[in-house]
Ligand binder design. Structure first.
Ligand SMILES: [Zn+2]
Length: 280
């Protein structure tokens, strides 16, 4: 398979799972996959005929650096981040890891079409049943660029070749504020140890003082603890997603209108709850 960037890399771990029911993440940066798509990783890891495929879009050049990485050049940092992502692929027994090595600007550009074309090649090869990407209300523009290009890529496929589900997951913004009816909740109670290992390999990010490993596990614990849904009372760890599937079922559904309708649903819920406790 050839990609737009000659430096794009496909990595198949020695211990890669061989399953045919594929869960896939389309992510912006190294470590985003492990932060947002643990549900898919664990389904790939534990399912008898399942496997997980990770796609990382950017090159890691602009990463913050500190500690032993303080004086690393962009080039050295990119190497470290690619290597860390491969370590995660080994820990999670991914079927394949694609690192497409785009600059952030390309991901953020509305005019870039090659990223969606690269996604299409990978989706056609693996035929995932579910795809996890960033949510459309994330505050990081590179994440939004990936989410929109993921929708564009899937919409370019015939309906019979599309994944059944597309999820927009939490990274740079929680989704606990969504009304319960609007959220998809993933039970991440099993394999706490594996999740810790997957988040822990990204030393170059964590050493800079940003404890993404603890913050991500803390968010999952917090989601579970403050969840109101009775069906998940016994769940110890939860991540939330915005179900983006309507966007790949209906090609005419406007992406911005769809995203803003979720905020509208939150607004309505907040208004009706307040009105119920105030004498009008
Ligand atoms: Zn990211």
């Amino acid at each position: 398979m050839t990609f737009t960037n000659h430096s794009a890399e496909v990595y198949i771990p020695d211990n890669a799972k061989k399953g045919n029911k594929i869960y896939m993440a389309l992510a912006a940066h190294q470590d985003d996959v492990e932060i947002m798509a643990a549900d898919g990783i664990l389904k790939g890891f534990a399912g008898k005929d399942s496997a997980f495929v990770a796609v990382v879009t950017t090159d890691g050049a602009g990463s913050a650096r500190d500690g032993i990485y303080k004086n690393y050049s962009d080039e050295e940092m990119m190497k470290i981040r690619r290597a860390e992502q491969k370590k995660a692929a080994v820990v999670g027994e991914y079927k394949a890891l694609y690192q497409l090595n785009y600059q952030s600007n390309a991901v953020k550009s509305p005019n870039n079409i090659s990223i969606a074309e690269d996604y299409v090649k990978i989706i056609k090869k693996h035929k995932p049943v579910a795809v996890y990407t960033h949510n459309l209300l994330d505050k990081h523009n590179t994440h939004l660029g990936v989410a929109v290009k993921a929708v564009t890529a899937i919409r370019s496929l015939p309906k019979s070749e599309r994944p059944k589900n597309l999820y927009g997951c939490e990274v740079w913004r929680n989704l606990d504020w969504l009304p319960d009816a609007e959220k998809t909740a993933f039970d991440l109670s099993p394999f706490e140890n594996l999740q810790a290992a997957l988040l822990g390999v990204f030393d170059s990010q964590i050493s800079g003082g940003k404890r993404y490993d603890l913050a991500t596990q803390g968010r999952r614990l917090s989601n579970a603890t403050y969840s109101e849904s009775h069906s998940v009372d016994n769940v110890k760890s939860l991540s939330y997603a915005l179900d983006l599937t309507p966007l790949i079922k209906d090609d005419k559904l406007d992406i911005i209108d769809f995203a803003l309708s979720k905020i509208e649903a939150f607004k309505k819920e907040a208004e009706s709850k307040l009105k119920s406790v105030i004498v009008l």
